[in-house]
Design a protein around this ligand. Structure first.
Ligand code: ATP
Ligand code: MG
Length: 307
């Protein structure tokens, strides 16, 4: 069974809000990016996994433990970085850290000092006086201080400055190498691209796609815009049987995605045409995901049709 397991998780808040029949798994040592527009259901799913909310139907489990029934065990063994950090007034960072450690009663390795130093946080500052980014850093420290093997990170770098975002990304890379299992929600595509092995996309409470990050990145690279010297060159190319996504004989131009299996055919077809220009598109992961964020129901990338 997957280390993090969500099966037909449903929580209906009314008016179409909530999560509906959401199912996915995160395998041991894997990092799954959890993407979706505002209000899609990412934080709701994570709160259910932590056992802070109970499902109406379906289930959320971590390490085979039901998140609702075994909430306390999960709290102890999973590092959770909530989307919104609510800190009690009147405490210093250090006191808050101690409070969290006592609450979790975790006996595992204490990495607090190392993390405070790495993320440059003064723990003796009152939490009330902390900036948004400092509060976020404090949440990072408390999520990782007991060195948990499983992490649920809800927009971990929101509010961090670019230097700290970079530091966080290298930190997570190291944690991945140490075998951590991570579910990471984010709106920052570069972060997702840098860290995630697979990506699940949720929209309006429903999981609409799960893809391997490598497949997306690879598929996106083989896209070309070709400008031909003459209309007969354009026609010769079209006659080769390869199917451009867009083409216009009058301007002697087409856009084509070439799957790896068609590479030789593509080169052969080009070799008998005179070209004005050939441009490879560096389409990013961001562009791929924007199709989902916008309301495009069907689109084609890298020769693959996505519905
Ligand atoms: N306790 C609740 N009561 C009623 N509605 C709720 C509750 N919690 C969440 N919702 C609704 O459920 C939907 C999903 O919210 P959620 O916070 O999970 O979105 P999200 O994907 O994390 O969005 P964001 O990217 O903005 O953080 C939203 O429409 C939200 O208003
Ligand atoms: Mg959220």
């Amino acid at each position: 069974m997957s280390t993090i397991n969500v099966e037909k998780l449903t929580k209906d808040y009314g008016h179409g809000r909530g999560v509906f029949y959401v199912s996915f798994g995160v395998e041991k040592g894997e990092t799954l990016g959890f993407l979706g527009p505002n209000g899609a259901g990412k934080s709701t799913t994570m709160r259910h996994l932590m056992g802070f909310s109970s499902p109406q139907s379906g289930k959320a489990e971590i390490n085979g433990l039901d998140s609702t029934a075994k909430h306390h065990e999960i709290l102890k063994s999973v590092g959770y970085l909530p989307g919104e950090v609510a800190l009690p007034d009147g405490l210093t960072g250090r006191q808050f850290i101690k409070m969290m450690r006592d609450m979790r009663r975790s006996e595992k390795n204490d990495r607090t000092d190392e993390l405070l130093e790495r993320f440059r946080l003064d723990p003796d500052c009152g939490v009330k006086r902390m900036s948004i980014g400092e509060k976020r850093k404090l949440a990072v420290v408390t999520a990782f201080m007991s060195d948990p093997d499983i992490l649920l990170l809800d927009e971990p770098t929101s509010g961090l400055d670019p230097v700290m975002q970079e530091e966080f990304i290298s930190f997570i890379r190291e944690e991945k190498q140490r075998g951590k299992t991570i579910l990471l929600s984010s709106h920052i595509f570069s972060e997702v691209e840098a860290l995630c092995d697979r990506i699940a996309i949720i929209k309006e409470g429903r999981l609409i796609s799960t893809v391997a990050a490598a497949d997306v990145k690879h598929g996106l690279k083989n896209r070309f815009t070709i400008e031909f010297e003459t209309q007969s060159d354009y026609e010769r190319f079209i006659g080769s049987g390869l199917c451009p996504e867009q083409g216009d004989k009058s301007v002697k131009k087409c856009i084509i995605s070439v799957p790896d299996k068609d590479t030789n055919r593509f080169l052969a077809a080009l070799s008998v045409c005179r070209l004005k220009s050939l441009t490879e598109h560096s389409v990013t992961l961001e562009e791929y995901f924007m199709h989902f964020y916008r309301n495009e129901k069907r689109f084609k990338v890298g020769g693959v049709q996505y519905a």
